[in-house]
Design a protein around this ligand. Structure first.
Ligand code: F6P
Length: 539
């Protein structure tokens, strides 16, 4: 595939950008009363109002042309067909199969994976029901009340994000916690007030080799055995989610209590696989299946809607527009929902591990900027913290606002205030306030320059009816496919993550150096040597 920057659509977009880069959203709205309607699309139960983006109809047409030239739809179809589009690992990318209805056929290497997916889902459901009903009891006969997911990265962020998002739908008599960090404080805090007799550990790891997870799992095992007085307790207090049967066996977890997934599920695309077991125990199998149905709805929308009406494609293309033509370095994701607190963190891995790449599919260094930095916090908290820089700083920060029409809290008045703030922020960012307006309002002349907000800050407004399992599935799939679209335009492999390897290898070399009884011979650079020596001297 040619360099994206050499394609006709890219060059047209560059010329078009030159023309419209200084056009203000104030003027675009003033000129066209139907702008909001024109740039609002609905799909899979979500509404995307992207009228407050710095675009015209020509921009959308050119972005669609770019998608066509970069064969985004062809690459998407190849993913759905189970082709090995993760070239550097020679793997299929089939998270869409995790939510395919039973009876659908999705093959990779000539094998239909959908029956496997449903087989595991059924086993997970049977297990979740046993825990929720109290049929499954711990080693001493007590009901399980606490569930601790041990995992990191994709084996942690999705489960924690989903649990917090769907907490109102969860069994409130149960406690759910997440141990990810190898910092012992993480394990200590998660377990300090829990009774081991009532605690189930779910060891979640695709590879079952990850240092943090294996260390925390070993600590949990020792904790459980110490508190329960017997190695036999492991069988009742540990289950595993993994692709590595041998690793699970070796750790001492009965493979009857292992829920499997497959190498074609990327870690950051795995919250709807067996990795979602804690979510399923929290909200029940029916709730989990609703979430899968939401994912699937968005998959179908992504697979079938034309680019101009395709929410994830539009969002992906807009990300390219700001990232590559306006030089924006970041994208802020700002959910107006307390329950969606960890959604930005979840999206950090999804987006940054997927599209933080410096070579293209052929291994050649790219000649352009790839994935943006993703960050964010829930509104309204962010408003009283970093929004100042978005409003008046010198950096262009496109924002995705996410709102829900129906509140989950009975405090309806709060919801009016929350939504008013959401709409007001998008309005203020787009239109700002001019010096003339401020003067007319009586602003003291000396203060006016400080009070001017230039506006023309681009935003998406994503609205859903209500935060529930189905909506969460739709939202996650929306971003998954937006990431896919970006990666396809840049022609990078969005499904590998080699960049995280070097740090892991070096840590494994340093661990014995920190723990050696005798003075080790250090062969690092002078800075790393000094840091190790300082730590050893302090130990
Ligand atoms: O270090 C990155 C990574 O490989 C992620 O891609 C993955 O989600 C995480 O580590 C955890 O891996 P595992 O599920 O194999 O423990």
């Amino acid at each position: 595939m040619s360099n994206v920057t050499d394609t006709p659509a890219w060059q047209k977009l560059a010329a078009h950008h030159d023309k419209i880069k200084d056009v203000h959203l104030r003027d675009l709205f003033a000129k066209d009363a139907s702008r909001a309607a024109k740039f609002t699309v609905e799909g899979a139960g979500l509404t995307l109002d992207y009228s407050k983006q710095r675009i015209t109809e020509e921009t959308v047409a050119l972005l669609a042309e770019l998608a066509k030239e970069r064969k985004v739809a062809e690459r998407r179809d190849a993913m759905f067909r189970g082709e090995k589009i993760n070239v550097s690992e020679d793997r299929a990318v089939l998270h869409v199969a995790l939510r395919a209805p039973s009876g659908e056929v999705i093959e990779t290497d000539g094998h239909d994976v959908v029956p496997d997916v449903h087989g595991v889902l059924d086993r997970m459901a049977a297990f979740a029901d046993k825990i929720r009903s109290g049929e499954w009891v711990g080693h001493t006969g007590k009901r399980i009340k606490n569930v601790i997911n041990i995992g990191i990265g994709g084996s942690y962020l999705g489960p924690e994000m989903a649990y917090l998002a769907l907490r109102p739908y969860s069994d409130r008599d149960m406690t759910f916690r997440f141990v990810s960090n190898v910092d012992g404080a993480c394990f200590d805090e998660a377990t300090r007030d829990l009774n081991a007799e009532e605690t189930l550990f779910i060891v979640s790891s695709k590879t079952f080799t990850t240092l943090e997870t294996m260390t925390n799992a070993a600590t949990a095992r020792a904790w459980a055995v110490e508190h329960l007085g017997s190695e036999d307790a492991v069988a009742k207090h540990f289950v595993a989610n993994s692709t590595n049967t041998q690793g699970v066996e070796k750790f001492g977890i009965d493979t009857a209590n292992m829920f499997e997934f497959w190498d074609w599920v990327g870690g950051r695309y795995s919250m709807d696989s067996a990795i979602g077991l804690s979510t399923m125990i929290a909200i029940g199998p029916d709730g989990f299946r609703d979430m899968l149905a939401g994912f699937h709805e968005m998959d179908e929308h992504f697979r079938t809607a034309p680019v101009e009406k395709n929410l994830p494609m539009l969002m992906g293309l807009l990300t390219v527009w700001y990232n590559n033509f306006f030089g924006a370095q970041t994208l802020a994701v700002l959910p107006y929902s307390e329950h969606m607190k960890r959604f930005p963190a979840y999206l950090q891995q999804l987006q940054m591990e997927s599209n933080g790449k410096h070579v293209d599919m052929a291994g050649k260094h790219v000649d352009l900027q790839t994935g943006p930095i993703i960050w964010g916090e829930p509104g309204t908290d962010g408003q009283h913290s970093f929004y100042q820089l978005i409003h008046q700083g010198t950096k262009l920060i496109p924002c995705d606002f996410i709102g829900f029409l129906t509140p989950l809290s009975a405090l309806a008045h709060h919801h009016d205030l929350l939504m008013a703030n959401l709409f007001a922020q998008a309005e203020a960012l787009a239109f700002g306030k001019t010096a003339a307006e401020l003067t007319a309002e009586g602003s003291p002349a000396a203060q006016t320059p400080f009070r001017v907000t230039e506006g023309n800050r681009p935003t998406n407004m994503i609205l859903a009816e209500k935060l529930d399992p189905k909506t969460l599935g739709r939202l996650v799939a929306l971003y998954e496919h937006s990431v896919f679209t970006q990666g396809a335009v840049w022609n990078i492999d969005s499904f590998d993550q080699w960049g995280v390897e070097l740090g892991k290898v070096l840590a494994n070399r340093i661990i014995p150096e920190l723990e050696a009884k005798d003075e080790p011979t250090l062969g690092h650079d002078s800075s790393t040597n000094a840091l190790i020596e300082r730590y050893r001297a302090h130990k």
